[in-house]
Design a protein around this ligand. Structure first.
Ligand code: G6P
Length: 610
């Protein structure tokens, strides 16, 4: 999704801006651009379709010197990916703007501005904002005032950064529905849509709140809240290691992140569980009060986070014995819901900035849910700031677009939360201790699965020339099958569908033949015997099976069945362990196919627009 970077300094900022854009590449984009105010007070701009590297080459050939600048990676929403639609957009030759998000009333504003004589050179909603600010600038003679006046007319969700040739000593930025952080330097300051973009220049950040406008000079930052009143925003230090944006010895971020899982699962457990029980207080001082008398849980999320929510539903109903509903945020936000009394609203999001998830949360607050809990990976994100209770996953920055370590740490956090909730609902201490012991085993078990990497790489060859695949699971392993299918389709572009194995006969069996690999996650649980019958149904149709199972499950490799042996795990923690081989499978298939593993086509890491 779109990324913003900006800088104001004594020195040339083009290098800082390009480095920031490179660090945002993982979010997905289709074009990139940069504008600076040069020493002669002129706005100079370069924009290119394609990768940041293409833009960097152009700038190397024809440098853009200047100490104030803004830059952008664009993920097309209004208008195709093209040079003229790429940001920064300009009004005349003196005002430049970059924008994330969507302006809903752009068409009527565009008509108005055209009538007032402004000429448009792109199809974007952003160019409308550029001209609108310029129109106000002509009247008010101040960039800050002009931005304030313009945004009062905007409807939608956006983050903006604006420069003006007549005022080269500052940037004006604002956020309303799209993330924006200010990086605090010494004698220089920066802005970005994601703090990762600025880690090479600072580790101190100031998070703007909804509706804030900030006036950024190289030696001072002034923030105004929604009402226009000067506001104080705390400066916080970046919490994760700076090396987290480096691939290290791994070929791709995705592989590095798969391998980090034992460490980050452990980090997510740390301080939250003893040997035998969950420390409720470690979930937040308010946790006890908020979890008391919860009678229903409503989970909302998107993508991989939604699959984590689906697993959590099995846990919540099984261990806490209270009903739980799960829904994708984009559906939830556009329908009427019946709010049961004492319902906990639970949002799961790696980024904490997914537009649909945030919109669902804001709606839920109005609708009268009892409290909002967030499971999130990004400190300071909108979701974290707007929730009553937050359980941070400790995955560290996740760069690969296809989510891996975020998912398994979400599951770890969700299981810990479930145990806390279940204790309020009569979970016996013995059962809690048994599950906590299983949680402690997770890092070691995931290590054991990672040791199968070579074998899984071999297995992946069977998928290379296939066009379709089917993933099966039952119970809490069904969402794991969904997640495995999602991983494969995201990065290898092979069509992958997941079904609860019991549904096989109700349709997908018609598709099964030797060209359709069938992947199954089959831990030794209550549903194993039923699952085995489902596997027979596939075998009888000539389907080739790839089964991930433990020794006890008793499924043996033979003609048409490839079994990958997974360590024996507790029933409850099985979804976490069984996810990992499916991540590795998708990864190796994608590598064999030669796709862009970390930045698959058409996808974005953080979907901050609807
Ligand atoms: C995008 C990403 C997915 C992610 C989903 C939800 O689609 O590509 O990996 O699962 O957004 O993102 P969130 O940050 O809310 O978990």
């Amino acid at each position: 999704m779109c990324g913003i970077v900006g800088a104001i300094s004594e020195r040339d900022v083009q290098g800082i801006l390009l480095e920031g854009l490179r660090r945002l590449e993982y979010r997905g984009y289709d074009s990139a651009g940069l504008a600076v105010i040069d020493r002669a007070g002129q706005v100079r701009r370069a924009r290119e379709v394609g990768k940041v590297a293409v833009l960097a080459e152009v700038i190397q050939a024809s440098p853009l010197h200047g100490a104030t600048g803004i830059a952008h990676t664009r993920w097309a929403t209004h208008g195709e990916p093209s040079q003229s639609n790429a940001h920064p957009h300009m009004s005349g030759d003196h005002l430049a703007i970059v924008h994330n998000g969507i302006i809903e009333n752009y068409q009527e504003l565009r008509d108005e501005l055209k009538e007032a004589g402004f000429e448009f050179t792109s199809q974007t909603d952003t160019e409308v904002v550029a001209h609108l600010i310029e129109r106000h600038y002509r009247e008010l003679g101040s960039l800050l005032q002009a931005v304030k006046a313009a945004i009062a007319q905007l409807r939608g969700a956006y983050a903006l950064a604006v420069v003006h040739a007549a005022e080269p000593d500052h940037l004006v930025v604002c956020r309303a529905g799209s993330p924006l952080v200010v990086g605090v330097g010494i004698g220089e300051n920066f802005i970005a849509s994601d703090q990762l973009a600025l880690l090479s220049v600072t580790d101190r950040f100031l998070f703007l709140e909804e509706g804030d406008i900030a006036d950024i000079h190289k030696d001072r930052i002034q923030v105004f809240d929604r009402a226009g009143t000067p506001a104080e925003r705390k400066v916080v230090r970046f919490e994760h290691g700076v090396d987290s944006t480096d691939k290290g010895p791994y070929r791709h971020f995705m592989l590095k992140e798969i391998y980090e899982q034992p460490k980050v699962i452990k980090a997510t457990m740390e301080g939250r569980v003893t040997d035998t029980r969950v420390l409720e207080q470690a979930l937040g001082t308010e946790a006890g009060r908020l979890l008391e008398n919860i009678r229903h849980v409503q989970i909302i999320a998107c993508g991989t986070s939604y699959h984590a929510g689906m697993v959590a539903r099995y846990w919540i109903e099984d261990l806490a014995g209270i009903p739980c509903s799960v829904e994708v945020a984009s559906e939830f936000r556009y329908r009427k819901h019946v709010v049961q009394p004492d319902t906990l609203f639970l949002c799961i999001s790696q980024s904490g900035e997914t537009a649909d998830t945030l919109a669902a949360l804001r709606q839920a607050k109005q609708a009268g849910f009892r409290a909002a809990l967030a499971i999130c990976n990004v400190p300071g994100s909108s979701l974290v700031r707007e929730s009553d209770l937050v359980i941070m996953t400790q995955a560290g920055p996740e760069i690969g677009v296809a989510s891996t370590k975020a998912f398994t740490t979400q599951l770890t956090a969700l299981l810990i939360f479930t145990l806390a909730l279940a204790r309020h609902n009569g979970l016996e201490a013995g059962r809690e201790a048994e599950i906590v012991a299983a949680i402690h085993q997770l890092p070691g078990q995931v290590e054991q699965v990672l040791a199968l990497d070579g074998e899984i790489a071999e297995l992946s060859r069977a998928f290379m020339d296939k066009h379709h695949s089917l993933f099966l699971g039952r119970g809490a392993l069904f969402p794991v099958a969904l997640e495995g299918a999602l991983k494969l389709k995201e990065i290898s572009y092979i069509h992958a569908e997941a079904y609860p194995a019991g549904e096989l006969k109700h349709g997908p069996l018609a598709l099964v033949d030797s060209e359709m690999p069938v992947v199954t996650v089959a831990p030794n649980n209550d549903l194993l015997e039923k699952l085995k019958s489902n596997l027979e149904e596939v075998r009888a149709r000539g389907g080739e099976l790839f089964v991930f199972a433990d020794k006890v499950a008793g499924v043996r490799s033979e003609d048409g069945i490839h079994v990958m042996q997974i360590p024996e795990v507790h029933d409850i923690t099985a979804p976490i362990v069984y996810t990992v081989p499916l991540q590795l499978l998708a990864y190796h298939v994608a590598v064999l196919k030669g796709t862009d593993v970390d930045q698959p086509r058409n996808l974005a890491k953080s979907v901050t627009v609807e």
